[in-house]
Design a binder for this molecule. Structure first.
Ligand code: F0G
Length: 420
């Protein structure tokens, strides 16, 4: 089974529901998608991709948001709030400072619950409904839990989330709580939480909605479709590079899959596919290690730490899909220090774009790659910012200036601001 860019994304369909089936990326085994609940290959334990008998082209897309791309999704509509159709901001001062030909920020923090996870959940929860499962669950560094709680609530389904105790930003816990998820705080990191949820799913206790679930990634691939369409409409071409933060590497895998489908359909030439460029925090960088060392798999990091708690992950489960994507598109991966992440968060905020720390990692990564001469000045670049500033109020407060106390009078205020 090949995940190469020029290999057809599709293969002959088995006897499956409506031209949709699951295919193992390791052994090529094919399974009907909705007759039974499965997350990984029955035969070899490999990761699944969703396959379709029909390939999408630009003309098939109509409407707005994730479901604009229904022709490339397993259903025509989902459990929707709605999601997608996020801004692609220009940031002229930052572009000048970083010295690239074009720089656009795809702000996924503008989704209904404030992160790109909503794109995955609108599809994933729709599939859960199709399967008739009882309880939805995920492990999360925060955003997945907020999105699952909201979409589960929308669908009227029970949700359970496992969070690493003390390591999830306040805004995200507040969302999961108010949207009525049952929240379990685990004395361990995200990877430990995911181990447990996988085990619960295997035992049939829950339906897993982490990015191991291939249907989640179907929704998330629409980020790539939107970027290509909007960038082309504005600039007459596709971007050379997409820079994105990496945790479990689900988004990297999702974008790559979407691009492969467009290449197979002849909608995009292989050489037009943007170079997928992953950024991790230096304290949690197993993907960067694998790319730098040329390894096919990743080494699990047991101890991880970073201010960007959303990507505080030591065992990126989608690495077998994402590593081929980074390589086949001519991309790379880079690690950035926490100070650089906070500085990039300030840079974006000064352009009016408010993001949480993990999101700013993309811009910090681009800066480092420019400094190292690994990204050229003539490139057109899109940085993905994955979550909203308000997700992590404490980090924002730390990164910004403190409020200044002042006495209760106009004179005192004038004196304080030096207006006299
Ligand atoms: N950025 C943000 C804001 C995230 O919340 C995540 C992942 C990522 C980037 C990394 O994306 O896993 O597709 O490489 N957050 C997950 C969660 C793990 O539980 O919310 P990835």
């Amino acid at each position: 089974m090949s995940l190469a860019l020029d290999a057809p994304a599709q293969s002959a369909p088995p006897e499956a529901d409506d031209g949709v089936w699951l295919e193992c990326i390791a052994c090529g085994g094919q399974f009907a998608p909705f007759d039974d609940v499965r997350f990984t290959c029955d035969d070899c334990g490999g990761l699944f991709e969703v396959r379709y008998a029909a390939e999408p082209t630009w003309d098939d897309f109509e409407g707005e948001g994730v479901w604009r791309y229904a022709a490339a999704l397993p259903f025509d509509e989902g459990v929707s709030l709605p999601e997608g159709h996020t801004p692609l901001h220009e940031v002229p001062r930052l572009r000048e400072d970083l010295g690239v030909n074009r720089l656009r920020i795809k702000h996924e923090g503008m989704n209904p619950t404030g992160s790109f996870k909503d794109r995955g959940m609108t599809v994933g929860v729709r599939v859960a409904r199709e399967l008739g499962v009882g309880r939805l669950a995920c492990a999360s560094t925060g955003n997945t839990s907020a999105a699952l709680a909201a979409y589960g609530a929308r669908a009227g389904m029970e949700t359970l989330v496992l969070l690493p105790a003390g390591k999830v930003a306040a805004g995200k816990v507040a969302q999961a709580s108010l949207h009525d998820a049952r929240i379990l705080e685990v004395d361990g990191n995200f990877d430990a939480c995911l181990d447990i949820v996988q085990e619960l799913a295997t035992r049939g206790e829950v339906y897993l909605l982490n990015s191991l679930n291939p249907f989640r990634l179907e929704g998330q691939k629409t980020i790539g479709f939107e970027i290509l369409e909007e960038f082309r409409d504005d600039h007459g071409r596709f971007p050379d590079r997409i820079v994105l933060p990496v945790g479990n590497a689900g988004n990297t895998a999702a974008l790559y899959k979407g691009f492969r489908e467009l290449v197979t359909a002849g909608a995009v030439e292989p050489e037009e596919v943007p170079a997928l460029t992953g950024v991790q925090a230096a304290g949690a960088a197993p993907m960067v290690e694998a790319v730098e060392e040329g390894n096919d798999g990743i080494r699990r990091w047991d101890s991880v730490e970073t201010v960007a708690t959303a990507i505080r992950i030591g065992n990126p489960v989608n690495a077998p899909k994402a590593l081929p994507g980074i390589r086949a598109t001519g991309g790379t991966a880079v690690a950035v220090e926490d100070e650089a992440i906070t500085e990039a968060q300030r840079d974006l905020a000064r352009e009016g774009v408010g993001v949480e720390p993990a999101s700013a990692a993309s811009v910090a990564g681009l800066r480092k790659l420019r400094e190292q001469g690994r990204v050229d000045a003539d490139e057109d670049v899109v940085c993905l910012t994955t979550g909203h500033l308000l997700k992590d109020p404490e980090a924002a407060y730390e990164a910004g200036d403190d409020p200044e106390p002042v006495a209760n009078s106009t004179e005192a205020v004038l004196e304080h601001i030096g207006a006299r």
